[in-house]
Structure formats: C-alpha cells, structure tokens
Design a binder for this molecule. Structure first.
Ligand SMILES: Nc1nc2c(ncn2[C@@H]2O[C@H](COP(=O)(O)OP(=O)(O)OP(=O)(O)O)[C@@H](O)[C@H]2O)c(=O)[nH]1
Ligand SMILES: [Zn+2]
Length: 187
C-alpha cells in the first residue's frame, strides 16, 4: 500500500526546505497531487508481473515471438528523475508451445518500470518474470532509454542513450537465436 499521506507531508517539507511556501495559492494542492502521481508512477510496487502471464494458450508455436518498441516511463532510483525509452521483448515458446496474449508482455514491462529502478535491473526483472511465468526456451530483452538525470543536471548529455539487455536460455546459449532477435528488433 502506497502511503499517500506520508508522501504529501514529505513534499510539503521539500517545498519548505527549498525556501518556498507550501501554503501559497499555486502550491496548496501540490503535495496531494504529487502523492497521487507517485501512487500512479510507483504503482508497480504492489503488482507481481508474473500474474500477468497466467492466462496463456498452448498453440504449439515454437518460433520466436517479439514485441518491440514498447514505450515506457520509469524513475531512476539514484535521483528520482524519469528515464524513458523503449523496451524490446522476445521469447521462444517452450516444449508445450505456450504463448500469451501479446499485450501481456507490455503489461510486464509497465509493472516493472513503475518502480524505483536502474535500467540494468529493469531488463533483468522483465526477463526473469517471463522465464518464470511462461517457461519458454528463452527470453531476450533490450532496453534503450534516455535518463533525465544525465540530461537536465550533472553531466548534461541530452540525446545520450543507455542500452541494456538481458538474455536467458536459448538467447544466451545459441548465437543464431540471439542474432535473429537482434536483427528483428533493429528493423
Ligand atoms: N548503471 C546505471 N547507472 C545509472 C542509472 N541511472 C542513473 N545512473 C547513474 O547513477 C550514478 C549515481 O552516481 P553518484 O556519483 O552517486 O551521483 P551523482 O554525483 O549525482 O552523479 P552524476 O550524475 O555523475 O552527477 C550516476 O553515474 C548516474 O548516471 C541506471 O539506470 N543504471
Ligand atoms: Zn539518476
């Protein structure tokens, strides 16, 4: 459960600490708004991505399935600033040929993004959730994102993209599978 009352108090304190007045007209509802916004953008804290993969179909399909260019927004856990970009997710169904509705892959990405994150762990958690929920022969995840903490502050490098990946099962063991995935997500 996200404690919106506690977030509200903390935001009031931050506004006071920077020398502003949380009671002035423009700021009076801001702590409550931020609390509601945090409940939304950190909503993934209360959800288990594996639950999204419970309903599947045994189609007997044994070829690679990819959902690419899945847009996401997350918050870097170092600065609590947004990072955003796209995730590419692919898997090869297991021996039972079990697949899930394609939107479920995007749901897994969303739940994992809506937590304080670092991009490497995001890729790892997406891959592990799909391995656990779907028991495929393998999973590939590639994430490309821009981090506001590298853009509006600090090193200030707008446009610099961070690319992370996580490969499991056949994607890590078989060079041809990995190459097929990488070439399909680049098209
Ligand atoms: N590996 C990784 N690093 C990240 C991610 N998001 C932010 N960072 C980095 O986290 C680091 C935090 O470094 P610190 O030296 O503790 O903090 P800082 O002084 O604010 O760092 P600068 O951003 O270099 O000013 C920075 O290098 C960020 O660029 C991420 O998703 N993955
Ligand atoms: Zn950061």
């Amino acid at each position: 459960m996200i404690d919106e009352k506690m977030i509200k108090g903390a935001v009031e304190n931050i506004l006071t600490a920077i020398g502003d007045d949380p009671k002035r007209e423009g700021l009076i509802d801001t702590p409550q708004r931020v609390a509601q916004m945090y409940a939304e953008i950190f909503g993934g804290m209360r959800q288990n991505p594996v639950d999204e993969l419970k309903v599947g179909y045994e189609l007997g399909h044994r070829e690679m399935v990819i959902l690419k260019d899945i847009p996401f927004y997350s918050m870097c856990e170092h600065h609590l600033l947004p990072f955003s970009g796209v995730a590419h997710v692919g898997y090869v169904p297991g021996i039972d040929g079990r697949v899930v509705g394609i939107s479920k892959l995007a749901r897994v990405v969303d739940i994992i993004a809506r937590r304080p994150q670092i991009q490497e762990r995001m890729a790892t958690e997406i891959a592990d959730a799909i391995m656990e929920g779907l028991k495929p022969d393998g999973v590939g995840v590639v994430i490309e994102a821009e981090h506001m903490c590298m853009t509006m502050r600090g090193i200030k490098k707008p446009g610099a993209k961070v690319v992370t990946s996580a490969l499991r099962g056949i994607f890590s063991k078989k060079a041809a599978t990995r190459a097929e995935f990488m070439s399909l997500i680049q098209k």
